[in-house]
Design a protein around this ligand. Sequence first.
Ligand SMILES: C[S@@+](CC[C@H](N)C(=O)[O-])C[C@H]1O[C@@H](n2cnc3c(N)ncnc32)[C@H](O)[C@@H]1O
Length: 280
Amino acid sequence: MKTVLAVLESTAKYFADRGVESPRLNIDLLLAHVLGIKRRMDLYMVFDRPLSDHELDTLRDFVKRRSQGEPLQHLLGTVEFHGREFFCDRRALVPRPETERFVELILKFPLPDDARCIDVGTGSGIIALTLAAERPNARVQAVDRSGNALRLARDNAAKLGLTERVELRQGDLLATCPGPFDLVAANLPYIPTGDIAGLAREVQHDPMIALDGGADGLAVVARCVTEAHERLAPGGRIALEIGHDQAAAVNTLLTDAGFSNVESVRDYQEVERFAFAMKT
Ligand SMILES: C[S@@+](CC[C@H](N)C(=O)[O-])C[C@H]1O[C@@H](n2cnc3c(N)ncnc32)[C@H](O)[C@@H]1O
């Protein structure tokens, strides 16, 4: 019989040998999931517990898929974002830590209490749903071109009890969303098409529509900047999450579209990851 501790140690080594990042964290979370243990720390209370054959079989399947590059969040089926649990699967992009920082910064904007907000390219709905949860009087819409993403966003709205608070629509950028808005927030696809094949194995499990930003990576973002300027009310803000080397190009797009107060803001890795601006 294999114990929890023996499985943790042998699988951490197995993952490390196969190039899985943070091997111990991965096996801790997978095993806790299989055993129905909520908090990772609680695994340490059951180190000597033997695993049943059924538990071992389930875990083996997860370990195999993880070592082949399937994202941890897809295997767990959920992801934590800004203190809330969201469903996470292949229907939309796996939420990234940078986007948590993006939302934290947006929540500091001096917006009216009942601000009209839209999350463009909502994916799993994390940005729109977090804004709705944190700003109970805000009027929040979210749009995505992908029907799959919208279905996941709907599942997440229901999970968080926010179905009535966020209006979800299918459409191309702001074409179906007349506004006016006080905030346009968008984490749109920004990877140059030619770079996608070289990205990590895990990223290859994200939907192509969530990654592909065209030849220079900015095809979708550039259209969004123009449409946002048309839809924002005076004093309204645009907030964009962008690629690591796109700050200068995006600042030019924003300035050319007529925005003022254009600024690039760094994420916790010191990368200029966010572009903010105001419509005057
Ligand atoms: C990088 S993902 C971000 C998802 C989510 N906002 C997040 O931060 O995790 C980009 C999203 O934009 C959507 N998208 C791509 N092109 C779009 C378009 N033209 N109009 C609306 N949504 C689009 C994709 O389907 C995808 O869900």
